[in-house]
Design a protein around this ligand. Structure first.
Ligand code: SF4
Ligand code: SF4
Length: 416
């Protein structure tokens, strides 16, 4: 644990800063977040040095603090949306797509990536998420709609950001949830939990959506991801080691092993009697050092995801503070490896990072966008689905969709 006292500046290396292919501050970059760059028209022949056509490779982006990951959702199985999001955010220049460990989800994402590559985009890493135990990211809501009073004003449906609870309740049409008898479209639900307290009758329950241990290795062989993310909590070092062993037994070569952890999940774990530790940044850092030893033992390279306020980036600007505060508290104590923000991240995250002490700013390897990235495109996704096609194939909607994706991602790609 000697590393707990390591000076922040000793563990932060950004040797490539200022020497990249992207021309910071150039008119092309400004245009890339707006309407002047049209890669879907120009295709591979376009040679303009814009963000969409010159993404840093993933490791360079981590080293420069410009890494951007799209979180599709660890339990999100909305295949139509995943395909469109994968295509649009790949075209926008993200370095990684973080998805549910599910064959159909990964196949949908690969179709979206192939579309983006045809437009001249670089192929992002494909990461799948697993957990070493109970975790809100790996759950789905469920309720029996026959128990709902007809007079209920359905607050559950109003609060659901994924439109996973149809109105009228029980009106599950084509593509409805595979969990028959549920009032929730299981494929769309990504476990945010907002509907749980919304029901005045307490009818909504959460159901675990975690992968059984004996399925991990075979599934990874089938999916062949570039990276795996393990969600963990304080007090779960043993469970983490077991999950990590299952991942390694697959033999799939991984570029990074991401570890996702935060203080909010620590509070939940403590409430469940799982963790004996107070949920402090120091306690989290100690656990990260434990995970560091475990990951290093496997020969994998870690990537630390600091999960501020999970699955809340679409709620409002204020949610961005949690992840940045967590970074500021944990970075001086954290083990070696890139630190990436997540949980409540949105377009307020970068301005908050830019207010930090310079050493802390340099500690930020990048960001992951989840619910905000999905919510911003949701109206266009629904419009395309209403026409029975992909958003990627709608020439009248595509320019706006692409601009929305690049508006969120672009400032991080061009970060100083
Ligand atoms: S509110 Fe969240 S947990 Fe509830 S159904 Fe919608 S996505 Fe699932
Ligand atoms: S709020 Fe509760 S009772 Fe009302 S529709 Fe939703 S699940 Fe049913």
């Amino acid at each position: 644990m000697a590393g707990l006292a390591s000076p922040l500046s000793r563990r932060i290396l950004r040797p490539l800063q200022g020497s990249g292919r992207i021309r910071e501050g150039s008119p092309e970059i400004a245009g890339a977040a707006g309407a002047s760059c049209r890669p879907w028209d120009d295709g591979p022949a376009c040679a303009r040095p814009c963000i969409a056509h010159s993404p840093l490779v993933a490791e360079q982006a981590l080293a420069r603090g410009r890494w951007v990951k799209l979180i599709g959702g660890a339990s999100n199985q909305d295949l139509a949306a995943i395909e469109d999001l994968a295509g649009l955010y790949s075209l926008a220049g993200v370095h990684c797509l973080d998805l549910a460990a599910d064959q159909a989800v990964v196949a949908a994402a690969r179709r979206g990536i192939a579309w983006a590559e045809n437009q001249g985009a670089a192929r992002p890493w494909l990461m799948v998420s697993l957990s070493d135990g109970a975790d809100p990211h790996f759950r789905k809501a469920w309720f029996d709609p026959t128990r709902c009073p007809p007079s209920c004003p359905r607050p559950c449906a109003r609060v659901c950001p994924a439109l996973a609870i149809p109105t009228p309740i029980g009106a599950l049409g084509a593509g409805a949830g595979s969990d028959s008898g549920s009032g929730v479209l299981a494929e769309r639900c990504y476990g945010c939990g907002r509907c749980l307290p919304a029901c005045p009758l307490g009818l909504i329950e959460e159901r675990d959506h975690n992968l059984p241990p004996d399925q991990v290795a075979a599934l990874l062989v089938e999916l062949c991801p570039d990276a795996v993310e393990l969600h963990t909590r304080l007090g779960r070092a043993e469970a983490f080691a077991e999950r990590l062993a299952q991942v390694c037994s697959s033999g799939v070569p991984l570029r990074r092993l991401a570890v996702s952890c935060g203080l909010e999940s620590a509070v939940s774990a403590q409430g469940a009697g799982v963790s004996p530790e107070l949920p402090t940044p120091e306690a989290l850092a100690r656990e990260l050092w434990q995970r560091h030893e475990q990951v290093l033992h496997t020969g994998l390279a870690p990537l630390w995801q600091l999960d501020g306020r999970p699955m809340s980036g679409d709620v409002g600007a204020g949610t961005a503070r949690a992840a940045v505060r967590l970074l500021a508290a944990v970075a001086p104590l954290a083990p070696p490896g890139p630190l990436q923000l997540a949980g409540g991240t949105n377009d307020r995250t970068l301005p908050l990072v830019q207010r930090l002490d310079p050493d802390l700013q340099r500690a930020v390897a990048g960001v992951a966008f989840g619910s905000v990235a999905r919510a911003r495109l949701q109206p266009l996704l629904l419009q395309a689905q209403g026409r029975g096609g992909r958003l990627l194939d709608q020439p009248d909607l595509l320019p706006l969709a692409s601009a929305i994706a690049r508006e969120l991602v672009g400032p991080w790609l061009a970060r100083d």
